[in-house]
Each structure stands twice: as structure tokens, then as C-alpha cells.
Design a protein around this ligand. Sequence first.
Ligand code: NAD
Length: 404
Amino acid sequence: MPLQSRAARASLLPTRCHDRDGDTVIDNISRREVLGAVIGAAAASAVSAQAHVKPVGFAVVGLGKLALGQIIPGFRNCRSAHLTALVSGHPDKANRIAAEHNVSAGSVYNYANFDRIAADPTIDVVYIVLPNFMHAEYAIRAMNAGKHVLCEKPMASTVADAEAMIAAAKSTNRKLMIAYRCQYEPLNLHAMRLLRRNALGRPRLVVTNMGRQSDLSDPSDAWRLDMQKSGGGALADMGIYGINGSRYLLNEEPLEVRARARTNRADPRFQTVEDLITWEFKFPSGAVSINCTSFDQAGTMAWEVYGEVGKMTADPGCFYNGNRLTVTGVRGEDEPKIVEIDQFAREMDWMADIVRGRAPLISPGEEGLQDMRLIHAILESVAKDGAPVRTDWDYRRAHDPAAV
Ligand code: NAD
């Protein structure tokens, strides 16, 4: 179990939490100060216990904004995952980064000679950080080369590609994890655990809003604003946090979606993708989630949950850092103090533990496929001007992140 001891997990739960028949109380204040210390101690003991174990080698494929800004620096904060190889179409950049991060020159690859990674024993895991439309090809090539795959969200740009990736993982017997960082992040896990204990009473409504401004002149946004390359513009890039978030907060899968879009086609950014999309998921418990995403709004990654007797607001709730949770119950408001972590280091270490057989695969390809199918259903409802689209295709997640 990476990083969190039983004590640390227990401390993430509310101090007092009575049933809805009694006086429902949310009270974490008395533990604000201890939470950080317990998690810190658990992390320290995990580090010392693992010190003698051989690191798990990672190849990072695609040296763009996320890889350079978050993932490669994140290896410094890893206890098990180790950067051993790079794959890039820009040899100068790749060689410079290799030198800066002690990656051997012989483990720098390009897209043409990528399959040679099969013979590189320093690589256990290939981390795909490419534009969405390239995920399937490189994930499948990596698995055919005998490597496990950690793949950025969204899993792919089409449902068919996502299915092909899962088939490849099965046929090659390799692990395929989708990098849903919020499923490993302490604030979101804390919220999930409160909800599982019914701390707000029965959850009735989740509201999510995930968006930002986009810039067609930025190459990193140009492919996101291309339907073929991104698989859905803001919805595939940012809205996916609302799709996945609604599902992990409520711990159930939507039965039906209705969606509408507001898109100004005169705006050159929105020639092939929608801009603002709103959608409503209906869940089996009777809960509803109302979601919004846009590539023409101020940067926002926020969610709220309303229960029968309490509510929770995370604003921001899915940033790399600076996230803030407010929990309101019948006795007032609490802002649980949650220790920030390097979310990318946590995910890479989790993947390393999966490879070593020490951690469950809580965000497998099937979890990514579910979101791909929901993206498809949302776009289908948009195309039908808000008509309901059934989404009850019987997906059940293998592990509740809050229970692991
Ligand atoms: P980016 O455009 O900055 O980087 C993509 C890299 O792929 C670049 O180095 C580019 O040169 C390379 N590339 C190779 N072939 C290409 C081609 N044909 N067209 C375009 N680029 C090509 O993108 P990014 O922001 O680093 O995003 C990469 C992936 O990471 C995406 O799937 C994105 O959704 C995901 N992402 C996840 C998070 C998160 O929080 N988990 C955050 C940002 C991005």
C-alpha cells in the first residue's frame, strides 16, 4: 500500500459523523494539525522501507508542456519510479533533457526507432504524454515491445482506439493505467471518503465546471482545438475531469445523459470542436450531476456536492496545487487541512507499485474507456439537441479509489 498507513487512512475520515436519523455532524477541525504529520510519517517510513528495492524504469514519450512542466520534474519526488529513457521527435531537446536528468544517451529514442525500446532493459513502463490521437498507437507499440503503459487522459481520441488499447494490454499481458491524477490526490480522496461515510447525508447533486481560455496560436492548444486530434475539444481535455469526478465522487455510473452546446462558429478556435458544453448525468441512486466545460472561460476546475444535510465545495478542486475543500454540515463550515503532494510523482510511484505487484490497478484501461464512451454519448446528445442518450452499459469499476 503506497504511502498511506492504516492510521493515515483513518485520519482522512471525519472525527464525528452521525447517521442522518441523528444529528449529522461533520467535524474535522480537531484533526487539522495531525493529518499532515501522520501522512508525512507514513511517507517517510514507506521511503525507508523501499530504499533497497530496484527502481522501476520509465520512458517518457512526448516532451511537451506536461512532460517538461510536471512529469519529468516529478521524478525527483518519486520513491520507486525512475526516469530512464526519453522519446521525442526533437533530438536536441531530448539530448539536453537527458543530460539534465542523467538519462543515458543510448536510451533516447525518436518516433521512428521507438520499437527498439523492446531491447532496452532499463525501461519497465512507457508513460504516454502525446496528443490524444497518438495515445493508442504508442501505447500499443509499447505493450507489443513488452513494456507496461501509463497513459495520459483522455485515454484516446476515439472509443475504438481505447478498445484496441485494452485488447493489446490483454493479449500482451501488460498493465495499462490511465493517469487520472485526481483519483490519487488527497483532497479528492478525502472528499470521496466523507461521501462513502454518508457525511453529507445521501448525495443528491454534483456540480462540476472545468474550463479555461484556449489559444489557437499555441501548438499545444492547436491539436486540442482539432476534433480529429483531441477527440472532443474542451470536453475531452477539461470536461473529462467533470465526467470522471462525478463518477468517483458518487461511486456510481450514469444511466443517461442530456447535453447541449453553445458554440460560436465565427470564432476560429471552434471550427471542428464545440466550445461550451453543459450536460446532465442521471445516476441509479437518484443523484444528478450537472456539468460544464468550455475553452472560452477563465481557468476553473471546481466541483461541489450537495447532500441531504451537508455540502462540499472544492474550488479549485483539480489543480496541480492550491486546491481547497470546504465542508458544510449542520454545525457549520470546516476547511479540512489537506497536505499537498506531487500528484504526478504519486501516480508514477503507484504505477511502479502495480508493476511490482504491490498495488491494485485502480484506473485501468476500462476506466478510461468508460469516459471515452461518455464523451461520445455527450456529443451524441449535443448533436440531437439535448435528447437523452442511454449510458447504462454495465460498467463497474474494479476498485473504488477511496477504499484502496
Ligand atoms: P503538448 O502539445 O504540449 O505536448 C505534446 C508533445 O507531443 C509535444 O512535445 C509535441 O512535439 C509532441 N508531438 C509528437 N508528434 C506530434 C504531432 N503529430 N502533433 C502534435 N504534437 C506532437 O501537450 P501536453 O499539454 O503536454 O499534453 C499531452 C497529453 O497530456 C495530452 O493527452 C493531455 O490531455 C495530457 N495532459 C494531462 C494533464 C493532467 O493534468 N493529467 C495536463 C495536461 C495535459
